[in-house]
Design a protein around this ligand. Structure first.
Ligand code: ACO
Length: 299
């Protein structure tokens, strides 16, 4: 009922300014009054505090010393390779990125502000104020000015359903560059460190479903390629931390599964795996260097 009421609310805030970006919003978000009736909000990109006037934001920024999200930096991308003399004009490298872990209980206001911002681009999530039970993994691009928020995912500290991700967002200016995939991959790396399988909270949005399907497909095909010996659904799940029902669904969508006397049988040759991998070779893939992930499961 509450969800329905939220959904049918009319979009209020039409745009936000965040750092050097101006974004058009997609959905309603329950910013409190008087901010809710503003056409546009101005946000501090480090604290995610919101203002009605640019002037007030600038006054805040003059005093605000924070240059990164509140929380611990748990991942930093490796430095770019040393100058390669064979590359003329310089290769295109990804900007340096970092991941911060923010505890909803310790940094309540920051996390609430993050939820309010992300609701502007999500139509069905209803978490805004009760952030205590969640951890937030905030992805940033780094430059000389500071750490600029790109996107995030949230994760329940203790998920009864075994979810390894509650909510995921890449801010519009950063979409379609592989960051969504990076966030999803990161959520599964955390699950591997916990020694468990995981799955995203349902329902998925259309964009969420596309991104997960793409991630699962790639991961499963890679495992099938690496292990020439026959693998069971459980083997694939153990290696990827992808829950077995998600593995089955993905294999079904690729027509790589058969049923025999009530059992799933993976029916695949290396040639078929290679062919599928070829068709998805264009995926943008920002690697996670596991040596640079400093993280222990929540206790
Ligand atoms: N149209 C078609 N395909 C798309 C689009 C699009 N607009 N956006 C992304 N994709 C595809 C990409 O092509 C890519 O597929 P590929 O690897 O096979 O080429 C895949 O989705 C992932 O692309 P990324 O660039 O890694 O993802 P991105 O950074 O754009 O983030 C995300 C994806 C997080 C879903 C983003 O679209 C978003 O924030 N959307 C709004 C919020 C949302 O819907 N979140 C998910 C809710 S469900 C949940 O939270 C559990």
């Amino acid at each position: 009922e509450k969800e329905h009421q939220e959904k049918t609310k009319v979009k209020n805030i039409q745009g936000v300014e965040l750092g050097r970006h101006e974004m058009d919003t997609w959905y309603y978000s329950p910013y409190p009054e008087p901010y809710a009736s503003c056409h546009k909000l101005f946000l501090c990109e480090y604290t995610l505090k919101y203002f009605r006037k640019k002037k007030t934001l600038l006054r805040h920024l003059a005093k605000c010393t924070l240059r990164h999200p509140a929380g611990d930096e748990i991942y930093r991308s490796p430095p770019p390779p040393a100058n390669d003399p064979t590359v003329v004009g310089g290769a295109v490298t990804n900007p340096p990125i970092s991941m911060f872990e923010v505890d909803g209980k310790k940094s309540k206001v920051y996390c609430q502000n993050l939820c309010l911002l992300s609701k502007l681009f999500l139509d069905h999530k209803t978490l805004y104020y009760d952030v205590d039970p969640f951890l937030f993994y905030v992805l940033c691009e780094k430059d000389a000015q500071g750490y600029h928020i790109v996107g995030y995912f949230s994760k329940e500290k203790n998920s009864a359903e075994g979810n390894n991700l509650a909510c995921i967002l890449t801010l519009p200016p950063y979409q379609r560059k592989g960051y969504g995939r990076f966030l999803i991959a990161f959520s599964y790396e955390l699950s591997k460190k916990e020694g468990r399988v995981g799955s995203p909270e349902r329902p998925l949005s259309d964009l969420g479903a596309v991104s997960y399907r793409s991630y699962w497909t790639r991961e499963i095909l890679d495992v099938l390629r690496e292990h020439k010996a026959s693998l069971s659904i459980k083997d694939i799940s153990d290696k990827t931390a992808i829950r077995t029902d998600d593995v089955v669904k993905t294999l079904e969508s690729l027509s790589l599964i058969k049923y025999w006397k009530g059992d799933h049988i993976i029916s695949v040759t290396q040639k078929i795996v290679e062919e599928h991998l070829k068709t998805i070779a264009t995926q943008k893939n920002i690697e996670i260097d596991l040596n640079r992930l400093h993280w222990a499961p929540y206790r």
